[in-house]
Design a binder for this molecule. Structure first.
Ligand code: ADP
Ligand code: MG
Length: 695
């Protein structure tokens, strides 16, 4: 049916009066009282009834109404966990971990027991786990092993409005699963009101709206164009702190770098003001260590104002209580396919109007609030998109295509996407998989492609690992791939930069950053994985421990796949050749002194100053790189010197030694022709399959 459940306004009003009167009381409530105080609690029974009567339900509710932390517990209390786990997917890993911790505290068990979480390379669950929070990517991979997801009795797809790539793919898959499994409950939650699209997609399923409890938020636009949003937000935060009534501040910044600078400058300027009241400045972003992340939820001592500086993680995924002031820079980081470099790049973009409204809403949870937008009203109306383009329509889909192909989806253009990706994205992804040897000319998965899908890594890294088993350097490549999976190994403490750099130089293998990684790991191992050794060498010990765990997990998969773990000893040329075999499409050629151009596109690329190859007086003719980072320049990150001959052998479709003189535009044309050939062949193959099916 198309029933729409809405509850009267009366309750909301009652709760509002209640809450306004008792904000002091709110701080001292027990966990049980806090749970009962959430808007979702008032409709608990009604919700459970709707869920019992329908296999798919869409639930809409304001951020902070209790969807993420309570729905799993309600289902558990209602008995669903007796015949399967209750799974809850999150687009962000930080949210999965933080919410699991909160819910295990609420239930009163330790994390990983009744309540657990799973993110890539980290499974914190046990046989006793009945409520499992996880990233949407994890559930997607689980569907490879168990296409009906039989270990779950209920799945909550949380934060559906985010439209993350993996959530969008899960939509298509779960639509089929609920058709096959009458006993499975699927709940899709969204913070925004445009839930009708989700309801339609699943066949006109009911939508339940949790009555909200929000206070008015006064919104101020900037009068003039803001040139430096970091500076502007620091000024705004100071003004609020020095002049306004009590209440915490939340600042939205696009990413980690801006957050760090904002926190630093804010602390500095505050220090320059005589007798300024203290301010607790708290950053939050995905790579922040989890003990520091937890700090944003801790109650600060009486009278001390909090200023949380966050990425859009605080927009809907995490709710910090007590925010009365929001400062919105107007920007966020998005992964977008960049045709110029032929791959995704994480770049700063203006937010959408929907983001802006979510952000300002954060100020109205505990009382009337204020939101300061660091952009003009005209910019808001004329320059911001109404909603963000879903990830599936703007990023590389190679991983997704590999996964869907191994799930038996032959024709991706026929897959039931809520918003289908542009055909060009699909083709580019097919092309990337084809040059890696994961697909054949008909677009069918090759044995190599099938093996690649087993590893939770990006396609080139999967390929490198599998090829290394044949080339006899698997033990070494395994370490390199594991090192590439953690964010950063080296650190440069303030005031000791030079010391850190000179220690780092001692590890460097002049022809390769990949080999430098290997070198670091091997030396750590020789020093019995010592924490002291890491500290002495300006290396993050936590990151290294993570590398060791990742290595073990990948090793388990290699063993399951019966692939040989062989070492090449000290013959490191083999390793470079193996790296070359997976990254030959990301190669650059020396053009002038210290200047490289991309082999396929002719675009200039630069060695990063932290690279082992930088300023060593050794500039090889050819290099391959792990990724391109777009800052002031296009920097190649993690680079290895390779032989031109290898490139010609490994990527004959791109390189022949004679052709290296061709101009960039000629190369781009050639690549285009090449792509078109592949496309024509794959299309012909698809048509043939279709014809055979029709007969
Ligand atoms: P929703 O999913 O509807 O946005 P949540 O279930 O995430 O709402 O949040 C409900 C309440 O739980 C909020 O008041 C929030 O402050 C609190 N909460 C969530 N996570 C934590 C945490 N890690 N520590 C303390 N409180 C938390
Ligand atoms: Mg939530």
């Amino acid at each position: 049916g198309d029933t729409d459940y809405k509850t009267g306004q009366k309750f909301a009003d009652h709760m509002r009066d209640n809450q306004a009167a008792s904000s002091e009381f709110a701080k001292k409530k027990t966990i049980k009282e806090q749970r009962q105080y959430l808007p979702v609690f008032a409709v608990r029974q009604e919700l459970l009834n709707v869920i019992r009567e329908n296999s798919v339900v869409i639930i809409v509710g304001e951020t902070g109404s209790g969807k993420t932390t309570q729905l799993t517990q309600y289902l558990h209390e209602d008995g669903y966990s007796t015949y399967g786990m209750i799974g809850c997917t999150q687009p962000r890993r930080v949210a999965a971990m933080s919410v699991a911790k909160r819910v295990s505290d609420e239930i009163g068990s330790s994390l990983g027991e009744t309540v657990g979480y799973a993110i890539r390379f980290e499974d914190c669950t046990s046989e006793n786990t009945v409520i499992k929070y996880m990233t949407d990517g994890i559930l997607l991979r689980e569907s490879l092993r168990d296409s009906d997801l039989d270990s779950y009795s209920a799945i909550i797809m949380d934060e559906a409005h985010e439209r993350s790539l993996n959530t969008d793919v899960l939509f298509g898959l779960l639509r089929e699963v609920v058709a096959r499994r009458q006993d499975l409950k699927l709940i899709v939650t969204s913070a925004t009101m445009d839930a009708s699209k989700f309801a339609m997609f699943f066949g006109n399923v009911p939508t339940y709206t949790i009555p909200g409890r929000t206070f008015p938020v006064e919104t101020f636009f900037s009068k003039n164009l803001v040139e430096d949003y970091v500076d502007a937000s620091v000024k705004q935060a100071l003004q609020i702190h020095l002049q306004s009534s009590p209440g915490d501040i939340l600042v939205f910044m696009p990413g980690q770098e801006d957050i760090e600078v904002t926190c630093e400058v804010l602390a500095e300027r505050l220090g320059e003001i005589d007798n300024a009241p203290q301010l607790a400045i708290l950053p939050i972003y995905s790579q922040l260590p989890s003990d520091l992340q937890a700090k944003i939820f801790q109650r600060s001592p009486d009278g001390l104002r909090k200023c949380v500086v966050a990425t859009n993680i605080a927009e809907t995924s995490l709710t910090v209580d007590g925010i009365m002031f929001v400062i919105d820079s107007g920007f966020c980081k998005l992964k977008v396919y960049n045709p110029r470099i032929g791959m995704d790049a994480l770049q700063i973009y203006p937010i959408s109007q929907a983001n802006a409204n979510q952000r300002s809403g954060r100020a109205g949870r505990t009382g009337p609030g204020q939101c300061y937008r660091l952009y003009t009203e005209r910019q808001f109306k004329d320059e911001l998109l109404v909603t963000t383009v879903p990830e599936i329509q703007r990023t590389n889909l190679a991983n997704t295509v590999l996964l869907l192909k191994s799930l038996g989806v032959q024709d991706l253009l026929q897959f039931h996407f809520m918003d289908p990706p542009p055909q060009d994205n699909i083709l580019n992804s097919l092309y990337q998989l084809w040059i890696l040897g994961a697909l054949d000319h008909t677009g069918t998965l090759t044995p190599l492609g099938r093996q690649m899908a087993e590893f939770p890594l990006d396609p080139p890294q999967c390929q490198m690992l599998i090829v290394s088993t044949e080339m006899g350097c698997c033990a070494e490549i395994l370490i390199i791939v594991s090192m590439l999976s953690v964010p950063s190994i080296f650190y440069r403490p303030k005031g000791r930069e030079e010391e850190a750099d000179s220690v780092r130089e001692k590890f460097q293998v002049p022809e390769s950053d990949h080999l430098t990684f290997l070198n670091v790991y091997n030396q750590w191992k020789q020093n019995n994985y010592s924490a002291n050794w890491c500290n002495e060498h300006f290396i993050h010990v936590k990151a290294m421990r993570k590398v060791r765990e990742v290595r073990q997990q990948l090793k388990d998969i290699l063993e399951q796949q019966k692939m040989a773990m062989v070492s090449c000893g000290t013959d490191w040329d083999i390793i470079r050749k193996c790296i070359c075999s997976a990254y030959f499409h990301q190669a650059a050629r020396l053009k002038g002194i210290g200047e490289y151009v991309h082999c396929r596109t002719g675009m200039p690329c630069h060695l990063h100053p932290t690279s082992a190859l930088f300023g060593m007086g050794f500039t090889p003719d050819y290099v391959v790189y792990h990724e391109l980072v777009m800052t002031a320049k296009e920097y190649m990150q993690c680079v290895t010197a390779v032989d031109g001959q290898w490139l010609a052998e490994l990527g004959p479709m791109f390189f022949s030694l004679k052709e290296t003189g061709k101009s960039g535009s000629a190369k781009r044309r050639q690549a285009q022709v090449h792509l078109q050939e592949m496309e024509a062949q794959m299309r012909a193959a698809q048509q043939e399959i279709q014809m055979r099916q029709d007969e």
